[in-house]
Design a protein around this ligand. Structure first.
Ligand code: NAD
Length: 275
């Protein structure tokens, strides 16, 4: 059955692939992103390939902008059946320069070198808002369409670092842990009104967001990139296509009894102790 699926952050790398693949199943796709041009491009690809998509510019942190987007989507495709909360990301001001604090770091501090003590609350706030409130607020707006209707669900995007925090990125790790926790809370809260709530926890995907951290300009791996691959038993980064089958499964009515789970898609990263 054809559904109306709203994806936030769908102008980005991972959710644009989800949008394109879900459209191939005959669903109506609302490509929502802060960047209108990026959303337009994804919707154009879908429509050119015979699918059905509209692009909508909206900010996941501004309820009014989401309410306006919902009006446009409802007019085009009727009520929202599935919401995929894909908008998210990190901020450099919430990231330390090194994985470990060394005794000499405070004495030798130079411009641009950030220890835990230099983290800027603004960077932490940005990251928590974007990932956590940026999941909660769109759900407040779009899940209203789902109450009491069959076949509706919310899919959040958590991360590997929600289970065990990665070094250097305390804000992003904490924010994604909040997304996983919220997924469980909301699954329980919505259990009587027929809305399932699940999440995926992608491992490491080489995207524009992390390319500079993981690869050198000649394409070789940075030490952090090497470390990630060595801790991933399957020995490679994920590709956006690796997420698609799980997303389709969790959005499908066949998953009618599945709610409140966070599925790792990580090439074995979370199962591996490193020894
Ligand atoms: P991306 O940067 O390519 O896409 C994110 C999109 O969100 C962008 O198009 C951006 O314009 C949009 N966006 C940012 N702020 C917004 C706002 N306030 N309102 C609306 N849209 C906004 O990132 P991606 O790699 O495709 O990541 C998608 C999701 O997957 C994110 O939640 C990310 O945290 C998560 N994730 C990514 C990885 C990875 O390795 N890339 C791993 C685990 C989880």
């Amino acid at each position: 059955m054809s559904k109306t699926i709203v994806l936030t952050g769908a102008g980005g790398v991972l959710c644009s692939t989800m949008a394109v693949e879900l459209a191939k199943q005959g669903h109506h796709i609302a490509v929502l992103d802060l960047k209108k041009e990026a959303a337009d491009q994804v919707a154009n690809v879908i429509n050119k390939n015979g699918g059905s998509a509209i692009s909508v510019a909206a900010n996941v942190l501004e309820k009014e902008s989401l309410v306006e987007a919902k009006k446009v989507i409802n007019e085009a495709y009727g009520p929202c059946d599935i919401l995929i909360n894909g908008a998210g990301g990190n901020h450099p001001l919430g990231t330390t320069s090194n994985p470990f604090l060394e005794p000499e770091d405070l004495e030798n501090a130079t411009e641009g070198f950030k220890t835990f003590f230099d983290l800027d609350p603004k960077g932490i706030e940005f990251t928590f808002n974007l990932n956590f409130l940026g999941t909660l607020i769109p759900t407040q707006v779009f899940a209203q369409d789902m109450v009491g209707r069959d076949g509706c669900s919310v899919l959040n995007i958590s991360s590997m670092n929600a289970f065990t925090p990665l070094t250097k990125i305390p804000a992003y790790s904490g924010a994604k842990a909040a997304v996983s926790n919220f997924t469980q809370w909301l699954a329980v809260h919505f259990s009587k009104v027929g809305i399932r709530v699940n999440a995926i926890a992608p491992g490491f995907f080489l995207t524009d967001q992390n390319r500079a951290l993981l690869t050198n300009s000649d394409g070789s791996a940075t030490p952090r990139g090497e470390q990630i691959i060595s801790q991933t038993p399957m020995g490679r980064y994920g590709t956006p296509d690796d997420l698609v089958s799980t997303v389709k499964w969790l959005c499908d009515d066949g998953a009618a009894f599945i709610t409140g789970i966070v599925v790792p898609i990580d090439g074995g990263f979370s199962a591996y102790s490193g020894v």
